[in-house]
Design a protein around this ligand. Structure first.
Ligand code: 5GP
Length: 189
């Protein structure tokens, strides 16, 4: 997706060899027009899949998922990072390891919002080692819904998220793939 790639090259900030900061258009300030194009691109890439719900994880995935769900005319659902109580039987929950914070945390969604009749598209801002995306896939699996695929805005191709997702035969579409972040430079595929 050229518009996104140009934006990454122009405004992305290399923090180190494994982290890219895109706070000016995706993770803090949000470029609505770019978000609209991202949503339309996901819609195009998952055409004819009869998606009934778009799922993401708070917080950075929400804007992407709202726009995508609007383009697809279906509801969006976000997994929460605050899990109520271990006795709560009305939620699906799983553990996710955070790449940026280096800690493990629980995520959950209410059972009432995911059913076996759903066909779910998972979207997220970044793909690194695949923990967030696979955590969301796990919630979908617990609900008995069908996971149609995973849509990622920025994939870091030098980490192993894609491999882990493809090993589970899940369709993965990334709108921009970073080859590496060496020498303080963004090298796109
Ligand atoms: P994963 O779970 O695939 O290891 O990491 C993906 C999650 O970590 C995303 O939800 C994203 O919020 C965060 N993340 C991973 N790598 C980066 C990065 O280079 N930049 C930013 N801004 N977030 C990242």
């Amino acid at each position: 997706m050229k518009l996104l790639k140009d934006k990454i090259l122009k405004d992305g900030k290399v923090i180190n060899e494994s982290i890219l900061k895109v706070d000016s258009f995706l993770n803090h300030q949000i470029d609505g027009q770019l978000m609209k194009e991202i949503a339309l691109e996901f819609k195009r890439r998952f055409e004819n899949e009869n998606i009934t719900k778009v799922l993401t994880i708070e917080a950075s995935g929400i804007a992407i998922a709202v726009m995508t769900s609007m383009a697809m005319d279906v509801p969006m659902l976000f997994a929460k990072k605050k899990v109520p109580s271990t006795m709560d039987t009305s939620i699906y929950t799983t553990k996710v390891f955070s790449f940026t914070k280096n800690i493990e945390y629980d995520i959950c969604v209410a059972k009432e919002f995911l059913s076996p009749n759903d066909k779910v598209l998972v979207v997220d801002d970044f793909l690194a080692n695949g923990h967030a995306a696979l955590g969301l896939a796990n919630l979908v699996k617990q609900s008995g819904a069908e996971l149609v695929g995973i849509g990622i805005v920025v994939e870091k191709g030098f980490q192993n998220g894609r491999q882990l997702i493809e090993e589970q035969n899940i369709k993965l579409e990334s709108l921009a793939i970073i080859k590496d972040l060496k020498n303080n430079k963004i090298n796109l595929k």
